[in-house]
Design a protein around this ligand. Structure first.
Ligand SMILES: N[C@@H](CCC(=O)N[C@@H](CS)C(=O)NCC(=O)O)C(=O)O
Length: 253
């Protein structure tokens, strides 16, 4: 039987913000029930539960009793504090790393959304699963509208070059460290920077899985080649069963 009263984590399994927050709370051994958020369709229900009728909402969101934690940073800070022994490290030291990660992920999102907008097949894959195959091309405009809205909603966060900058700083940080961890011990600095690699060479399992055309929009082969050392670093973290998290593991289903 599922444990009752666990916090509810609402996220998008493909989103790097969801990945980093899940990795963080699993590292803190915080039990949670996961709910997948479907862009646009799930928004009214989420607003109702958050009691937020205006302004933008985004996921991940963690509901802990009546408390609502509204971003990956709030979620992992809560988990780190609740765990007692700060398994994620000192959040004050980690904050500058998370800022680099946030800027890089924002650039990644804009690049992916724009690639999807230019790819008819990826737009069809973005329609909800219940839309029959025969209707997908005529309903593509719905996916295009949703992608355009997403692009507009987050365009102010787009800084070209943010991914390269985050990866260069990570490379320097690792070269100055005496081991494989940015702050000397595995923690959220490593998690938040490793997840940046998900916007150029994703490996985390997403449920529902991305369609093949959408999956291609997430790859940036040039950056992946230039930062292959960091991809190997992320892969080492993902291969270590004491450091990884549920989206790096095969599906239980
Ligand atoms: N700074 C926020 C960013 C979260 C974010 O950008 N979420 C996006 C992921 S693509 C989202 O909710 N997109 C769906 C939407 O806006 O409807 C965090 O750390 O959680």
């Amino acid at each position: 039987m599922k444990p009752r009263n666990n916090p509810t984590f609402v996220g998008e399994s493909f989103s790097p913000w969801t990945k980093k927050a899940r990795w963080g709370i699993e590292r803190c051994a915080l039990g949670y029930e996961y709910e997948e958020y479907v862009p646009t369709l799930s928004e009214p229900g989420l607003r109702l539960r958050m009691r937020q009728w205006s302004g933008t909402v985004s996921v991940p969101v963690l509901f802990v009793g009546r408390r609502v934690l509204r971003s990956s940073w709030e979620i992992v800070s809560y988990a780190n504090h609740t765990a007692g022994n700060a398994p994620l490290g000192d959040m004050n030291l980690i904050e500058p790393w998370d800022k680099l990660s946030e800027a890089a992920l924002a650039e990644g999102r804009t690049r992916v959304v724009r690639a999807v907008l230019n790819n008819q097949s990826a737009l069809e894959e973005a329609l909800p699963p219940f839309v029959p195959k025969s209707m997908r091309s005529s309903l593509r405009f719905l996916a295009r509208d949703a992608a355009k809205r997403l692009d507009k909603k987050y365009a102010h966060l787009y800084q070209p070059g943010a991914i390269r900058n985050a990866l260069e700083v990570t490379r320097n940080g690792l070269s100055e460290s005496s081991n494989d961890y940015l702050l000397g011990e595995f923690g959220y600095a490593d998690i938040t920077m490793a997840v940046v690699l998900e916007v150029i060479a994703p490996i985390a399992r997403t449920e529902p899985p991305l369609g093949p055309n959408t999956e291609r929009c997430w790859h940036d082969h040039e950056l992946a080649e230039e930062f292959d050392d960091l991809i190997q670093w992320r892969n080492r973290l993902a291969a270590d069963s004491t450091r990884n998290y549920s989206q790096f593991q095969p599906s239980q289903a």
